[in-house]
Design a binder for this molecule. Structure first.
Ligand code: IMP
Ligand code: MG
Length: 198
């Protein structure tokens, strides 16, 4: 009899459900809208991880202003695609830029939108790169913060939720490209019963 593959014995343990994520994104959108009233805000999201976060955030930001037909802050959207070198669960901070932003950030109010910050090296690289391009202002929004193993000093202006000290997947976050499309965030429990990355 063929043995089961290791991946088929992995389990997911939900950490943040879809409702809690939606409420968090709404709350962040209110904070951002308050700070950027009457400002044209340019969102630069980091793919692939931030795909669902930025689409929900951008729509929440625009919806907040729609009832009064006051479309400020006007939101524009751009993407960078990066991949971090490292092992499966820890980045080394060496970031490979797979696709740069398609528009200039110079002189604009930029909100860098990232899925999760762990040791901070990826964000440190991205903040440095964008800052070197002379935006008018640069702030950062992250959905999930793992503050336990920070190596780089990064400023987080808007933070959604504090994630547990384990590798999490879902709502954009992957493990070897799997689990990204789940509507919730979960810990990945290995066949041994231990969470990955804990
Ligand atoms: P850092 O450089 O350690 O801060 O890691 C940041 C990047 O690693 C994020 O943009 C994610 O792509 C990835 N990452 C860090 N922690 C996790 C996790 O728990 N699940 C999935 N991806 C993660
Ligand atoms: Mg990422």
């Amino acid at each position: 009899m063929a043995s089961k593959s290791a991946s088929s014995a992995e389990r997911l343990e939900i950490v943040f459900g879809a409702g809690e994520i939606a409420a968090t994104v709404e709350r962040m959108a209110r904070e951002i809208a308050r700070d950027y009233a009457n400002t044209e805000l340019h969102l630069v999201a980091i793919l692939k991880g931030a795909i669902f976060f930025v689409t929900d955030l951008a729509r929440a930001l625009s919806a907040l202003n729609a009832p009064a037909l006051d479309l400020t802050p006007k939101c524009t959207l751009d993407f960078m695609v990066v991949s971090s070198y490292g092992n499966d669960v820890r980045s080394s901070g060496e970031v490979r830029l797979l696709k740069d932003a398609s528009e200039s950030v110079e002189g604009r109010d930029i909100l860098l939108v990232e899925d999760i910050v762990d040791n901070g090296l990826t964000l440190h690289y991205l903040q440095g790169l964008l800052r070197s391009r002379a935006p008018r202002s640069l702030r950062t929004a992250v959905l999930l913060d793992k503050p336990y193993r920070r190596l780089a000093d990064v400023t987080l202006d808007y933070v959604g939720l504090t994630a547990p000290d384990a590798f999490v997947v879902g709502y954009g976050l992957d493990y070897q490209e799997r689990y990204r499309t789940l509507p919730f965030v979960a810990k990945l429990i290995l066949p041994s019963g231990k969470p990955l990355g804990a």
